[in-house]
Ligand binder design. Structure first.
Ligand code: DC
Length: 234
């Protein structure tokens, strides 16, 4: 276990997996969490839920006070599937697992995620996922802001074209509508916003290992991260 300055919870191990949309973070993180028997934090889902709740409660994306209050009191529940590879997500008691995966929710998430008061409001909620035996934390600022003491930080990348094509296949598999050229455009706008915002921009931590997954299979990436963990955890 990692010993750090901040008390008991910080002694629990965490591997952070950051990167842009479609880099494979979600799938890789879940597989790693399963193979290690650790918990999984899908931080993007929290921002998607804030965006959805804001729309439903008619809170504007430039109302930083209203958004922060909403984020601080967000009534959400994450319920794992039996096989651990899926999570059913509830917002105010209603299941929104598929609803929040739409591109519209992704774009709204990216907008509310640029608001510092929202990020502050979600900070402790994300830290609370750090419980034994360990945590795989998936997001944009896991290694830079939320878990800066993590012993292993991964930054996953892939070309824009590859990421758009993966997202297209994912949406189709879920029975959601998708258009490849629109996805390319939306992903590049979202990347721009996530990378250039002043609050916790999408950037690799100085001590992160960057892996370009454009030409790698899922199993190959999982094996690579597992091997890196073996090296740092001995
Ligand atoms: O990983 P995702 O596509 O579900 O994330 C949706 C949006 O949320 C993404 O465009 C940026 C934002 N996000 C963030 O700013 N910080 C995180 N830790 C996770 C997601």
């Amino acid at each position: 276990m990692a010993m750090t300055k901040n008390g008991i919870e910080d002694r629990v191990d965490v591997i952070t997996i950051d990167g842009p949309s479609g880099s494979g973070k979600g799938t890789i993180s879940r597989l790693l969490a399963n193979s290690l028997g650790w918990h999984f934090l899908d931080s993007g889902a929290l921002y998607r839920l804030v965006g959805l709740a804001a729309t439903r409660h008619a809170i504007k994306f430039d109302d930083s006070t209203g958004l922060a209050t909403l984020a601080a009191h967000l009534d959400v529940e994450f319920v794992s599937d039996d096989d651990g590879m899926g999570t059913n997500i509830f917002l105010e008691g209603e299941e929104v697992t598929n609803t929040i995966r739409s591109e519209e929710c992704g774009n709204d998430a990216s907008k509310v995620a640029a608001v510092q008061t929202v990020r502050n409001a979600l900070f402790e909620r994300q830290r609370a996922f750090l419980v034994t035996p360990g945590l795989i934390a998936d997001g944009r600022d896991m290694g830079t802001v939320i878990f800066p003491d993590a012993r292993l930080k991964i930054f996953l990348t892939a070309s824009l074209e590859e990421r758009a094509s993966r997202r297209y296949k994912q949406l189709k598999q879920k029975g959601l509508s998708a258009n490849l050229s629109a996805l390319l455009e939306e992903l590049s706008v979202r990347d721009e916003r996530d990378r250039n915002r002043s609050s916790s921009p999408l950037v690799a931590a100085a001590d992160a290992v960057t892996i370009d997954t454009s030409d790698m299979g899922i199993d190959e990436v999982v094996a690579k991260v597992s091997a890196l963990w073996q090296q740092v955890s001995v």
